[in-house]
Structures are given as structure tokens and as C-alpha cells.
Design a protein around this ligand. Structure first.
Ligand SMILES: NC(=O)c1ccc[n+]([C@@H]2O[C@H](COP(=O)([O-])OP(=O)(O)OC[C@H]3O[C@@H](n4cnc5c(N)ncnc54)[C@H](OP(=O)(O)O)[C@@H]3O)[C@@H](O)[C@H]2O)c1
Length: 361
């Protein structure tokens, strides 16, 4: 486990050493909100400058979170980008256009328009039957995988514009390391060809986790020295998600009974998980191809990439900052060309939906 004191000190170094532009998607609640507050706190009154685009649905939540951010970081420039829903890639595209327009019109700090950190926490796991969107995608897959990869690729030109010595950091919070537990349907990656047979809570998780690992590795290889991409399992965090209206009664009842016990035992506190997710945007998680990979900041060693290369650029992390040992899950898949399959599938979804059509697997 990376010690919390090392996490906090690396976060302060991050926010105090250079101006940052960050995009937070899904930070109107829960882990995204806690990470945003951790960044505002690390910057405080003495950081080098901070601009944040907060993407979300609820203007009321955004307003109160931004008020708290401004209390912690009075000089910060916090901007709310409202979206109807990210169930649809169309919503993601509109947000990205708006962020690009705003950042291009008035680049932060007067240099090139850029994004240093993209942190994505949108979505939740659906229990019960699959729900297919008008774009032909399953709702949770759309939020947890497609919209996140779409934010990354749509904003790539800004992510690649960070200064040479500082890669952009892309963070996706969901279920990294949880590759086991259900079948990976290689002929139905989107789980929409036969949702009755293929879709389930565990299948969804297994698909999102495998596909994120592959797509992030692909981007890290395509852009050496420029991108650090981390997906992470946050452990148990008692967020408003526990009471999601779509959850079945038995889940809510179990959560109600177990919450007080979990709070005292296994649950990770909001401030801690915020700090730990932000830490994934520090130099321990290097872009691929950077030569000196022995230590990041002299305190914690550079992390092992999900492909088994130290400093590989794409990482699968546990809540405590350590990387998951997942190579064994991908040996056979790599031999079968799984990475190419995931990338081609994702590109096809983006192309079909981007043209305004419905995706059919
Ligand atoms: N909490 C945990 O213990 C835990 C454990 C493992 C994995 N995770 C994963 O971590 C991520 C964050 O979880 P959390 O507990 O922080 O959840 P949360 O408090 O419910 O936050 C989720 C965020 O996603 C946004 N969102 C949901 N559906 C959306 C939609 N259709 N369009 C736009 N935005 C949408 C929510 O916006 P609104 O505020 O508008 O609803 C909220 O900002 C999720 O992917 C979750 O599956 C959490």
C-alpha cells in the first residue's frame, strides 16, 4: 500500500508546482466529487493555478461543490459544463465540443489550450435486465466504458498539448483488477447482440474492465511520453450511489443494515479516496517510454504497467495505489489479438454512432 502521507505529499507537489487544467466527469457526487475536492485542497491558496471543468447533470450539486472548491482554492477557475445525460455518446460529444471551445477561446495561463487531468467517475452498475439506448448501447456499458473512451479520444488533442515533461493523466474509476467472475463474450463485446443471454451485473463488470485495460494500453503505446492512463478499483466507498433509485430493494436493505458497520471497518473515507484517486495523476504513473523509470519522485517507485512493463503508461490499480497483478488474464487474449479487436470494435461504435446511426453488433 502506498502510505497516505506519501500520497498527500505527492498531491501537494502536483498542485503546487505548475498550473493545471482538469476535467472531472461525474463529480457532482461521490468519488469524483471527493477527488475534485482533494485537488482544490492540495492547491489551496498557494498553488500555481487551477482551472476545472466539472461535467454533470445537476446544476444544484455542481453549484454547492464549486462553492466548496472556491472556499478551499479561492483563486481557482471552476466551470460547470451541464449535460442532459451521458447515456448517449451524443451528450459526450456535445460536452467535449463545449470544453474544447472554452479552453481554446481562453487557454489557461495564456499558453496552448490543454488538459492536464481527465478524471472520469460517471455511471453505475445496473442490476437486472439490460437497457439499450437509442444509440444501440447498453446503458451501463455506455457510461462506464464507451463515454469514458469517447471523452478521452475527443479531448486527445488537448491532452496531447501538455508541456513536454508532463504527460496528461487520464483516470477512470470503476473495477480495475476485477477480471474474474463471469464470461467474456468475445463475439458480443457490447453485450447487445444477445443481452438476455450475455448481460448481467458480473458480465458488465468483466467486459468494462477488460476493454478499458486494452484501450488504455493501445493509447499509451500510440502516444509514448504523452499520456498516462490509469483505471482503478476504489474499494468500498459509502457514496450516494448506495441508494441509487434503480437498485433492487434487497440491495438497499442490505446497504442500510451494513453501512454503519462498514463505515467503522472496511469503508474507505471520502477524503482518503479523493486523495488516493488524485495520486494516480502523479509521476509514479509515468507515460510510456520515459527513460528514467526507477523512481518517480524519490519516494515511491514507478508503477508497473498493465502489460508488465514498468512505467508502461497504462495501469490497473487497486484503491491503495498499488498495481493489480493481471497479466495472467491477458496472456491467451493477447495471443488472440484481443487488443486489436477491442480497438476496432470501439472505433466502429464511435464511427456508427458518430454518424447518427444506431449501433448493431
Ligand atoms: N462507491 C463504491 O464503493 C464503488 C465501488 C466500486 C466501483 N465504484 C464505481 O466508481 C464510480 C463512481 O462511483 P460513486 O460511488 O462515486 O457513484 P455516484 O456517487 O453515484 O457518482 C456517479 C456520478 O456519475 C454521474 N452519472 C450517473 N449517471 C449519469 C448519466 N446518465 N449521465 C451523466 N452523469 C451520470 C452522477 O451524476 P448525478 O449526480 O447527476 O446522478 C454522479 O456524478 C462508478 O463507476 C462506480 O460504479 C464505486
Amino acid at each position: 500500500m502506498v502510505q497516505l502521507s506519501a500520497v498527500e505529499s505527492a498531491n501537494i507537489t502536483l498542485a503546487q508546482s505548475r498550473p493545471l487544467v482538469a476535467v472531472f466527469v461525474g463529480a457532482t457526487s461521490g468519488i469524483g466529487e471527493y477527488t475534485l475536492l482533494a485537488l482544490a485542497r492540495a492547491h489551496g491558496k498557494t498553488g500555481k493555478g487551477l482551472r476545472v471543468y466539472l461535467v454533470g447533470r445537476s446544476a444544484a450539486s455542481a453549484k454547492s461543490i464549486i462553492a466548496e472548491c472556491q472556499r478551499l482554492c479561492p483563486s481557482g477557475d471552476f466551470r460547470f459544463v451541464q449535460v442532459d445525460t451521458l447515456n448517449l455518446l451524443q451528450g459526450t460529444d456535445e460536452c467535449c465540443k463545449q470544453i474544447t471551445k472554452l479552453e481554446t477561446a481562453e487557454p489557461f495561463g495564456g499558453g496552448e489550450p490543454r488538459i492536464d487531468i481527465l478524471c472520469m467517475t460517471q455511471g453505475f452498475v445496473r442490476f437486472g435486465a439490460a437497457e439499450i439506448t437509442p444509440e444501440g448501447l447498453e446503458v451501463s456499458m455506455a457510461l462506464l466504458y464507451y463515454s469514458r473512451m469517447r471523452f478521452t479520444t475527443n479531448l486527445l488533442h488537448l491532452l496531447l498539448a501538455t508541456p513536454p515533461s508532463h504527460p496528461a493523466h487520464i483516470l477512470s474509476v470503476f473495477g480495475a483488477g476485477l477480471e474474474k467472475g463471469a464470461t467474456l463474450h468475445l463475439d458480443d463485446l457490447s453485450l447487445t447482440k444477445d443481452p438476455k443471454a450475455h448481460y448481467g451485473f458480473l458480465n458488465l463488470r468483466v467486459h468494462v474492465v477488460h476493454m478499458t485495460t486494452m484501450f488504455f494500453e493501445h493509447l499509451a503505446q500510440q502516444h509514448p511520453g504523452k499520456l498516462s492512463l490509469v483505471h482503478v478499483y476504489p474499494g468500498l466507498v459509502l457514496t450516494p450511489a448506495m441508494n441509487h433509485p434503480s437498485y433492487p430493494w434487497w440491495f438497499k436493505a442490505a446497504a442500510f443494515v451494513l453501512k454503519p458497520i462498514a463505515k467503522r471497518t472496511v469503508a474507505i473515507k471520502p477524503e482518503e479516496i479523493g486523495n488516493r484517486v488524485l495520486f494516480l495523476a502523479t509521476p509514479r504513473y509515468l507515460a510510456r517510454g520515459v527513460e528514467d523509470v526507477k523512481t518517480s519522485d524519490g519516494q515511491v517507485p514507478v508503477a508497473m504497467g498493465s502489460d508488465g512493463v514498468r512505467g508502461g503508461g497504462a495501469y490497473s490499480c487497486n484503491w491503495d495505489g498499488e498495481t493489480n497483478d493481471i497479466e495472467k488474464f491477458y496472456v491467451k487474449l493477447r495471443e488472440q489479438g484481443f487488443e486489436r479487436k477491442v480497438v476496432e470494435h470501439t472505433d466502429k461504435v464511435f464511427e456508427v454512432v458518430g454518424r447518427g446511426n444506431r449501433f448493431e453488433e
